[in-house]
Design a protein around this ligand. Structure first.
Ligand SMILES: [Zn+2]
Length: 206
């Protein structure tokens, strides 16, 4: 079966999220024993999701998909480090997966930790956690120079968005392999945000 296009893959995710929100799941079938048996021979995931590790945002559930559908990379704050880029390259090249979604979410703890760190730098954060904060920092730092500084809720909302956009941008420009696939129209990279409050995934237009 030929792989679908990036836009078709995007539409599948939109439909899946609508099913999730309206609680009409088709997941029993897509995660059945029959499906599992079919997949032993190989996988053909139609989308790559780079999302946050937050327990409230499991990609397969919020997009109502099952075994073999999504190639999922999760890391706190959906940051893009070399191993994340490598994972995306792997799936895009090996399986011909036509779509990458960078999925941020409201009230992201990694963003909150970064804002906290910027406002009150601490010496005793572990270097490993610091490496995550340092990847988020550049996209949210500038927001503290604006009026958002006085509106904590709006600041977090904008910071989540800025970080998700920056991660998508980094995927587009941080790898020659991905850049070539994008130029050849074989890969679409989009940023999106999941709302903890409504369950809706909003895809950014740009
Ligand atoms: Zn998060």
């Amino acid at each position: 079966m030929p792989m679908i296009s990036g836009l078709e893959a995007l539409e599948r995710l939109r439909e899946g999220n609508r099913r999730f929100v309206s609680e009409v799941s088709g997941r029993d079938e897509v995660s059945s024993r029959t499906r599992r048996t079919q997949l032993v021979a190989g996988q053909e995931p139609f989308a790559i999701i780079l999302g946050c590790s937050d327990s409230r945002v499991p990609a397969e559930i919020v997009f109502d998909r099952g075994l073999g559908d999504l190639f999922v990379i999760r890391v706190a704050g959906n940051v893009v480090a070399p191993s994340q880029i490598g994972s995306v390259e792997f799936a895009a090249e090996r399986f011909g997966t036509p779509l990458v979604v960078v999925l941020g979410h409201s009230m992201c703890g990694a963003i909150l930790a970064t804002l906290e760190e910027l406002e009150r730098p601490t010496e005793n954060r572990s270097p490993n956690l610091r490496s995550i904060v340092n990847r988020i920092r550049p996209s949210v730092e500038a927001l503290l120079e604006t009026e958002l500084k006085n509106d904590p809720d709006a600041l977090v909302r904008h910071a989540v968005r800025a970080n998700t956009r920056a991660a998508a941008n980094q995927l587009c420009h941080g790898s020659q392999i991905l850049e070539q696939l994008i130029q050849a129209d074989k890969l679409l990279v989009v940023a999106a945000e999941y709302s903890l409050e409504t369950g809706v995934v909003e895809f950014f237009d740009d």
